[in-house]
Design a protein around this ligand. Structure first.
Ligand code: FE2
Length: 424
């Protein structure tokens, strides 16, 4: 389907939903002053939806580069919001209409065999305005929820603080503050000030080191250019470290030409340097402090499934790292932990991952979290532990695809390392 074809399809889908929803709501529109206001807002919002389609069409026709504008993100997010809202509302109407059709059929069959004239006029019962009203109220939840997610939620940087105790952490590192961020996806950002506010939040934590666990861009390395000075402002006493995520390989270069790969990634690497990040590609760094040391191992992307690169190499990264070292591993995709890191002969004390974004949608309560991400990834959010090896999965700093976040707010993780007896 061509671009125009897709937009025509989109318009048809929206018009069909609108016609159906209009007839569904007729019953509640005529009931009083407030329902008139409701009808008016419904039509105004729907009209704005068609404006969004027209705007997106012209925007995309002019060729979108790596960067997004606030209006582009808002209109695309709003269209999805509208679509989900109308779908939820229509689901109520369809259920009701299905029931009405069944009753109608039953009445009709009954009339064929009966001799009661009273039911011969109308077989299908009227719509119940109660059900329609409930449908409208339920549909308001995704509408306002998603609206919040695409305006405020996507920049609602949230600090998650955890403390991890290890019996073999060198005592010099007791109280060491590690800040993790992940999945920046620079090409999706549309507001420098709001991103900067997130960076200042990182600096307020006064990190000892900052680890960024991959997906700097959506596809092209240039996406980070407008934000290099902003990410360059992150401060950490013992350095800033980064690894690549699956999206950092998607750029427009010949993936079969080793020279093209090298040129692209050398140029990409310069951008990390400009931001003051030490990019680890199957490499390690020793962090020294007061006579003690811990080892940071950064692997390239390794993801289970045939769509993900499998360049991560623990052995290569661990070259020259003593077997009894205190290991912190940076690996973008949490599937690497189950498939390789846990099984490895080295005891990797702590692995930091991202990648799942918590699907940018869900909720978190103390002790319980839910998101569709949990049906896709075994390790999708927060802390996991097996045999005194920890994995932390960060929800991500940016957003991708859906230009918003609902419940799964952008995350800055503060991990405080403690040396002592492991609890529980
Ligand atoms: Fe990502």
């Amino acid at each position: 389907m061509g671009r125009l074809g897709f937009f025509i399809f989109l318009v048809i889908v929206f018009i069909s939903l609108d016609i159906y929803a209009y007839y569904g709501m007729k019953g509640i529109f005529s009931q009083g002053r407030y329902t008139r206001l409701f009808a008016l807002s419904y039509f105004a919002i729907s009209a704005f939806g068609y404006f969004c389609i027209a705007y997106l069409y012209t925007f995309i026709s002019n060729g979108i580069s790596g960067t997004r504008t606030e209006l582009f993100n808002f209109t695309s997010g709003f269209l999805l919001t509208l679509f989900i809202t109308k779908l939820v509302f229509s689901a109520f109407l369809i259920t009701q209409d299905g029931g009405r059709a069944l009753v109608g059929l039953f009445q009709y069959i009954k009339s064929l065999f009966g001799d009661d004239d009273s039911i011969s006029q109308t077989f299908i019962p009227e719509r119940r305005s109660f059900i329609t009203t409930v449908g409208a109220i339920v549909a308001a939840i995704p509408f306002f929820g998603m609206l919040y997610g695409i305006t405020k939620g996507k920049y609602q940087y949230t600090v998650e603080k955890i403390t991890l105790t290890f019996r073999d952490l060198p005592p010099a590192f007791d109280g060491f503050k590690l800040v993790q961020i992940s999945d920046i996806h620079a090409g999706s950002f549309d507001n420098k000030d709001k991103v900067l506010a997130g960076i200042l939040k990182i600096n307020e934590l006064e990190p000892d080191i900052v680890c960024f666990t991959g997906d700097l861009v959506n596809s092209e390395k240039e996406e980070i250019d407008p934000y290099i000075d902003i990410f360059g402002q992150i401060e950490a006493k013992y350095g800033k470290y980064a690894i690549l995520g699956n999206h950092d390989y998607y750029g427009n270069y010949d993936k079969n030409d080793p020279k093209a790969i090298k040129t692209y990634h050398d140029d990409f690497g310069k951008r990390y340097k400009e931001m003051g990040f030490d990019l680890l590609k199957n490499e390690s760094r020793a962090i020294e402090k007061d006579g003690g040391s811990i080892h940071l191992l950064g692997v390239e992307n390794w993801g289970a499934g045939r769509f993900f690169q499998k360049y991560g190499d623990i052995d290569k990264a661990a070259t020259n790292v003593p077997i009894d070292a205190f290991h912190i591993m940076l690996s973008h995709d949490p599937t690497h932990w189950d498939e390789k890191i846990l099984k490895h002969e080295r005891h990797v004390h702590l692995t930091l991952s991202g990648h799942t974004h918590g699907f940018q949608f869900g909720f978190q309560l103390p002790g319980y979290a839910w998101s569709p991400a949990k049906y896709r990834y075994k390790r999708w959010l927060g802390l996991y532990e097996e045999a005194e090896k920890f994995l932390y999965v960060n929800r991500g700093f940016g957003f991708l695809g859906f230009p918003g976040r609902i419940g799964m707010w952008p995350e800055i993780t503060l991990i405080e390392l403690r040396s002592g007896e492991v609890m529980g």
